[in-house]
Design a protein around this ligand. Structure first.
Ligand code: HSE
Length: 292
């Protein structure tokens, strides 16, 4: 059974640990019941029981009292860059929980799978869009996650600027302060609410104001070599909003002008060697069974 899961960008600036968007950029992972565990098609270092696809698969079975069932996991098309802030871990986790549910006919709802996936990931902002698709806002309530979808205007263009280096989420979370000032909390709350309106309406002017953040990006931008340069280039090419995708290292640009991608591609080639650009379309379907 092949499960197809979209990439995602969490945070979107002010929506730290709660906002996310799914992209039409997919990983496909094949799961088959087998005598014992085997993992293939990915880097050797990930072919073991710590692979998140297996951790998530196993967690679901454990919760249902099913113990150690063998499974053959084979990575097929994997288009989501690893450790770049595009939800590659969440994609593995979502694939794992869906595969366990389907292969063992457990009858769990998507909402139940969301809770299990969030438990494995530790926060809901990537697993929500990966599972449901679209623009999601998620919240934790006493250890349980809740999510809702919001509209995305088709007037907007989304471009990922992907640097030639990884950034571990643990490191990027480690540089964040434990508490924030009231002024910074107000700064983010107001912008987060306006950002939903800007994304829904395709309002580039509002977006350029609403995608700002004071809770995580000021600390993380220092970990991304070339961040300031890339942001200036993107602004000059006409980006309305620029934020770190998830924990980084990718930058996500949002623009309303049709020539943004062409201009950005030229700028990137000239001044940010090694950086890759990807035009992203929102995925509105979420994870699905691609083949039985
Ligand atoms: N919200 C998370 C973070 C996303 O920014 O750390 C990355 O997993």
């Amino acid at each position: 059974m092949i499960i197809r899961v979209p990439a995602s960008s969490a945070n979107l600036g002010p929506g730290f640990d709660s906002f996310g968007i799914a992209w039409q950029l997919y990983n496909e992972i094949d799961f088959q019941i087998a005598e014992e565990l085997s993992i293939s098609g990915c880097d050797e270092q990930f072919c073991n029981e710590n692979n998140l696809a297996y951790v998530a698969y196993h967690r679901v079975l454990e919760r249902r009292g099913l113990g150690d069932e063998g499974v053959a996991i084979r990575f097929g098309r994997t288009a989501i860059p690893v450790s770049r802030g595009l939800g590659s871990s969440a994609a593995l986790i979502v694939a794992g929980v869906m595969a366990a549910n389907e292969l063992h006919q457990l009858g769990l709802s998507r909402d139940e799978l969301f809770l299990l996936a969030t438990e494995v990931e530790g926060h809901p902002d990537n697993v929500a869009p990966a599972l449901y698709g679209g623009l999601t806002v998620s919240a934790m309530n006493g250890g349980r996650a809740l999510t809702r979808r919001f509209p995305i205007s088709d007037k907007l263009h989304f471009i990922a600027l992907i640097p030639p280096f990884e950034l571990s989420t643990a490191l990027a979370r480690g540089v964040l302060p434990d508490s924030v000032s009231r002024a910074d909390a107000i700064f983010n709350i107001s912008r987060a609410a306006l950002l939903l309106r800007a994304l829904g309406d395709g309002d580039a002017q509002l977006l350029s104001f609403a995608m700002d953040d004071r809770i995580h990006q000021p600390y993380r931008s220092k970990l991304i070599d070339g961040f300031t340069h890339a942001r200036i280039e993107a602004q000059e090419c006409g980006a309305a909003g620029i934020c770190i995708s998830g924990a980084g290292s990718t930058l996500l640009c949002v623009a309303s002008r049709d020539d943004f991608a062409d201009r950005m591609e030229t700028a990137l080639t000239l001044s940010l060697p090694g950086w890759e650009m990807k035009e992203l379309q929102p995925d509105l379907s979420g994870a699905m069974i691609a083949a039985l």
